[in-house]
Design a protein around this ligand. Sequence first.
Ligand code: FAD
Length: 479
Amino acid sequence: MTTIVWFRQDLRLADNPALFEAAAKGPVLPVFILEDPERSGERHPMGGASNWWLHHSLKALAKSLGGLLLLRGDARVAIPALAHETGATAVHWNRCYEPHAVERDTEIKAELKQQGIEVNSYNASLLHEPWELETKSGGPFKVYSPFWRAALQEPVADPLPRPEKLVIADLPNTGEQIDDLDLLPRSPNWAEGWEDLWQPGEEGAMKRLQDFLADGLEGYGELRNRPDLPNVSRLSPHLHFGEISPRQIRHETNSVEDAEPALKKDGAKFISEIGWREFSYHLLYHFPTLPHDNFKPSFDAYPWRASETDLRAWQRGETGYPIVDAGMRELWKTGYMHNRVRMIVASFLVKHLRLDWRHGEAWFRDTLVDADLANNSASWQWVAGSGADAAPYFRIFNPMSQGAKFDPDGAYVRQWVPELAGLDDAYIHAPFDAPDKALIKAGVTLGKTYPHPIVEHFAARDAALEGYEAVKRGGEAAA
Ligand code: FAD
């Protein structure tokens, strides 16, 4: 009576309903399938940084389970074939919400049922299923605040423990070795040193949460905006790969708040950020074109520029705006970027450079260890102004004042743009305004050791607003 548990974005043992229910029934055959995006119809595959994480996360999972079958190929074929080959009587999985995954899973479910195999799917990665919450008039939410208010009214189940007894079935010898999946970068190994920054896997995720609750939660409400301070959780890649669940995070946060009621406000703010993740999934589920089409069609009229040179300068962190360059280099060096800086660099790409948000979405998807279709596309559209409940288009971040406000001593810029480290605080966010004397003292030669700005802030701002006129005209014409 073996049950296949198909692991996907739920790479953990605790609070894993698919595994929990299967283990209670008898032997479990755990499997992970590495799909070929081109064959599986995935238009927005995650990239190199995610693969690095996946490699290590699968290793950790295999160790904790005591065995994990690794397959490569099309899950539509592999899952029914595996059930057939092993005589498994049931298949369990935890649900995914990306459009291609919903389509794939629906097909597989139908196929297995036809073969007389029991199929059970569960919610392991959200506090609430996207279809559980709807507006008063029915239908999906498009605005975050009422969405989150409605979510807070609904009960959330306590997280499940690890299965008490877990018997791993004999694994067929058709599996691959983790190294053969080829998930790690080789030449060059751009992920060198990442093992010191991150601990992929369930143990690392729980440790990260506990460290954050102990040292980062106090003051989170305000300090979460400071890239120079350690007051964010950095749980996003762990959440993406399901090494920890939002139910566990909520539960542990509530326990800390109960013990220390003064932390309640920061705790609520922290959980409301998990709420933004829930909102992104709600949007993606109900509006599956979110990753590629403007949520607001009036933005189809926006006159995007095309410039490989500017895109490259942005990707490499060579725009001449220190806070933008620091963010892009943090991303490249660590696979992560602080949320405040993500907003600044994204705004810079779509507004200062007037390059289509889809270029930014794709670059982030390739380089972030937490690349997540729902969060990434919802966030890019939020910044671009084209999304649901988006930032108003005319809110164009000024990189100098954002830097001065959120990195007041320039510590973040100095860390990631070391060639500016010697500049006085007064010029660290605007070296182009520094007098020659200050530049010479700091060893900075603009255009040589650090680039001149690739666009002038005020001119770029005016051009962006002019471009927006086309969107407004499109919107008026459609109304
Ligand atoms: P914390 O502040 O500790 O927040 C805890 C958790 O809440 C995060 O791990 C995340 O799961 C969730 N969260 C926090 N802020 C947001 C948000 N604005 N939207 C959705 N969920 C949020 N997040 C991703 O997980 N993957 C992405 O691919 C991604 N792309 C983004 C692209 C852009 C342009 C922007 C502006 C934001 C993007 N985000 C993305 C959202 C956010 O920046 C990250 O979730 C956050 O920085 C992760 O760091 P943290 O875990 O320390 O966050």
